[in-house]
Write a protein that binds this ligand. Sequence first.
Ligand SMILES: Cc1cc2nc3c(=O)[nH]c(=O)nc-3n(C[C@H](O)[C@H](O)[C@H](O)COP(=O)(O)OP(=O)(O)OC[C@H]3O[C@@H](n4cnc5c(N)ncnc54)[C@H](O)[C@@H]3O)c2cc1C
Length: 442
Amino acid sequence: MTYFAPSRFAFRDEDIFDLLGIGFGPSNISVAIAQREMAPELRCLYLEKRDSFGWHDSMLFDDATMQVSFLKDLASFRNPRSHFTFVNFLHSQARLADFSNLQTLFPRRVEFHQYLSWCADFFKDEVAYGSQATCIERVTHDGTPLFQVTVHDVDGERTVLARNIVHSGGLIPHIPFPAPETDRIFHGYHILNRTGSIPEGSHVAVAGAGQSAAEIVQYLLRQGARVTAILPRFGYMPADDSPFVNQVFDPDEADTFFDAQDRTRDKILQMHATTNYSGVDLDLVKEIYADWYQGRILGQSRLEFRRMCRIAGATVEGSSVTLQIADELAGATTALNVDYLVCATGFRPSSACAIMSSELQSQVTTGEDGTPLFARDYSLVTSLDADTAVYAPHMTERQHGLTATLLSRMAVRSGEIINSVREKAASHRRRFPRTEQVHAAG
Ligand SMILES: Cc1cc2nc3c(=O)[nH]c(=O)nc-3n(C[C@H](O)[C@H](O)[C@H](O)COP(=O)(O)OP(=O)(O)OC[C@H]3O[C@@H](n4cnc5c(N)ncnc54)[C@H](O)[C@@H]3O)c2cc1C
């Protein structure tokens, strides 16, 4: 018999989990918190491919701040009395008074990273780190319909059985033009892992006009690089965090959005895209402008802009990167040679369907545009037995709104998922009773 062993417990292959989480980033940590507070009877296991917890640490600039209020932590909006609030974290670190003197709702990302790590630590016994889910299949085990997940870890491959799956695989870096990924051309997501190899004075092109692109431009300037910012717009647009527009993120608005017609939802997503990552924090826009202007005063600007431009393709030869730039203002495509290209060109949600067997994929219901449909409880609509489900909350932007990949509604959303899993698991157990055991590993 083989054993699947996250830190303290060993699980036998034939054990069945009520909830198997794929990924242990903020989304599934908040699911774990909701489960512990609302349904401790559920048997859960989380798979995380990283060897330890980390939250976008390759973009964790020392002075970058959160884009949402700390009140939108992993628990407060669902249960303000939770042990897992950001305020309780500060209290546990003896920093509550010091933090309050900052007079801000927006902590630095490094501090929020500490908070998330602190939360994750309380679930060590339920998380198998270094374990990547590679395939989800539908199986019938002793007459019981279940999901079987293949897991790849340091010891090879094994399988886990579960009634329900919560896939929170997060975002995947996206580069929208043909370019080889090398040490000279890379996605901005890897910036802090790569800058050690960029010598001071190098000429770096940064493609993109969102929050990450602006943060990277500022960071590279401070590292002594010469930067060409390639903007698909005329200039950086400020993120809209004004109060009425921000209500689009309120937990109560989930129903409004979900119940709206497709075309109305699409309109809202389009109209308010700058509430999300495509807009830049206004203070940061002003700081970059001030740095650019200072360069003008001193006659030694290291920042230039190519406006209304898109990269059509990039190639590398030796130490030189050649960009083909489609310039909408000039109505022409021109070449630009630089030393490095950083693509701050956005992300796409990872797809739960991408790791499903083709048989399971064929049971997922899709809309007219071919994308999967979701129920209000964030589970994929399928032709499977209603007592088992695959939830993929980060894939639900089209139906549940702009918060799908953000922190804003995570706490409440996780409570909704746990309520749904609890009901399904109870019904499934009644219909398919069997003996299940979890063994303490010596
Ligand atoms: C630099 C940056 C800053 C951001 N700042 C903010 C912010 O201030 N406010 C905000 O609301 N949002 C922010 N976001 C958006 C971000 O999506 C959320 O903050 C948050 O990370 C979403 O949590 P998640 O758990 O869904 O995804 P992730 O944090 O990406 O976590 C997903 C986890 O799943 C794991 N995983 C993936 N596939 C598998 C698999 N097959 N098997 C096992 N494990 C797997 C990954 O290793 C990862 O740990 C930011 C994003 C970036 C890139």
